[in-house]
Design a protein around this ligand. Structure first.
Ligand SMILES: Cc1cc2nc3c(=O)[nH]c(=O)nc-3n(C[C@H](O)[C@H](O)[C@H](O)COP(=O)(O)O)c2cc1C
Length: 400
């Protein structure tokens, strides 16, 4: 893979990207964040982080001291899952591996926040049926796609709108996942309320057709997410909890804020989080998925919603904000975002292909291109074999 030549690198060393910032009870030394990136290398059965490669993967990306890493999505319980090769954090076997990984990140003087992930209707119905798990969502049989419906029917399972008791059980799962994460040494956790997964399925009227107190109004649709927030704050403390929201995301057939009422519910959730903050329970951060990438699974350039902005977040939420979405090859936008207070920037795809991304951003060095077909492929190729800048130069990359 050669260097990216599409954009001219710009050194960001004199910007706020290289100023420390307090995030929860950590102080990052730079504001570059590894956002959650599912890589599908976990062992099946057992959803165990890959014993051969995953420690190395996170080691490489935490070498620059003071960097904040959010892990790939991690299931807090078996029923939260439904992808064979994504990791969990509910068994002893999984926790042993995570502890080694978190210890390594801390040895590098960086910080780690596992992302707690519950799939809901985004799960693979075949895998759920094989393991005797329910196919959960906000509402019965509101399918994300025709294909998902056909697959589920073939697998012999129906999509199930979870009951209030089942909502409570999921909240307990989040709490257990958060406690397990802290036990393994994490600095905090990120709640995944974005990208079309279970909490997002409740937030969005496209998938939430409930008629009880968890459906209908904005207040009701936000209820599950806010209950998860409160339970986690009680369990591990507000400074160890962050949340990810994606107002413009269309993955999983979400509305993506084309509908102004959907846009409004994010303002409502942020308002509720700020209210809690002013009452003394400020979350460590809010992580916003920018409209610049409304679906990261689309090919490059597709799915960017250039008319959208999330600048409104700052007028509601006064704490730390992480903004992620196509910033690596747009340093001019990164600089613009850094003018806002308390802001960190997430770099996803280019952190996959550049283990030393922080140094490259600082110095304005060219970036390794990424190998998209290997984002989710099982081999170690495209996972731990991307070179640092010095290694790439030795290999002759960048020569005309
Ligand atoms: C391979 C891949 C896996 C991802 N996995 C997750 C995930 O587990 N959780 C999540 O919230 N977002 C996930 N995302 C979205 C990224 O966190 C990020 O927001 C997105 O790639 C846009 O940032 P970028 O333009 O810098 O790549 C994933 C994206 C990619 C490309």
């Amino acid at each position: 893979m050669p260097f990216n030549t599409e954009s001219k690198p710009v050194a960001l060393k004199d910007t706020d990207l290289f100023k420390p910032l307090k995030v929860g009870n950590t102080t990052v030394l730079n504001r570059v964040v590894l956002p959650p990136l599912t890589r599908m290398r976990a062992h099946y059965p057992g959803n165990v982080p890959n014993r051969d490669w995953t420690l190395e993967y996170y080691d490489q990306r935490s070498k620059r001291p003071g960097t904040m890493l959010i892990t790939e999505g991690v299931f807090p319980s078996a029923k939260a899952g439904g992808y064979d090769n994504a990791p969990g954090i509910w068994t002893e076997e999984q926790m042993v591996e995570w502890k080694k990984i978190f210890d390594k990140i801390h040895e590098n003087e960086s910080f780690v926040w596992p992302q707690l992930w519950v799939l809901g209707r985004e799960a693979d119905p075949l895998s759920l049926a094989r393991d005797g798990l329910r196919y959960d969502s906000a509402s019965d049989n509101v399918w994300r796609t025709k294909e998902a419906e056909e697959e589920a029917k073939k697998a012999g399972i129906e999509q199930h709108g979870i009951t209030k008791d089942e909502i409570k059980q999921y909240i307990k799962d989040y709490v257990q996942g958060a406690r397990n994460s802290i036990k393994c040494g994490a600095d905090g956790i990120e709640i995944h309320a974005a990208n079309g997964y279970l909490l997002n399925q409740f937030l969005d009227p496209v998938s939430n057709k409930r008629t009880d107190e968890y459906g209908g109004s904005i207040k009701n649709r936000a209820c599950f997410t806010l209950e998860v927030v409160d339970a986690l704050v009680d369990a591990i403390g507000e400074d160890k909890v962050g949340i990810r929201l994606a107002p413009y995301n269309t993955n999983g057939d979400m509305s993506g804020s084309w509908d102004p009422t959907v846009f409004a519910h994010y303002a409502y959730v942020l308002g509720k989080l700020e209210k809690r903050a002013q009452a003394g329970k400020r979350l460590a951060f809010v992580h916003i998925f920018e409209p610049r990438v409304s679906n990261p699974w689309d090919n490059e350039g597709d799915g960017a919603y250039n008319g959208g902005t999330t600048d409104y977040v700052y007028s509601i939420w006064k704490g730390v904000v992480i903004r992620t979405g196509n910033l690596a090859i747009h340093p001019e936008i990164a600089k613009e975002f850094l003018k806002q207070p308390n802001t960190l920037l997430g770099y996803g795809r280019y952190f996959i292909s550049n283990p030393d991304l922080v140094d490259r951003l600082e110095k304005g060095l060219p970036l390794n291109l990424y190998d998209r077909p290997r984002f989710y492929a099982m081999p170690d190729k495209g996972y731990i074999d991307y070179p640092t800048y010095d290694e790439a130069i030795k290999m002759g990359w960048g020569e005309k």
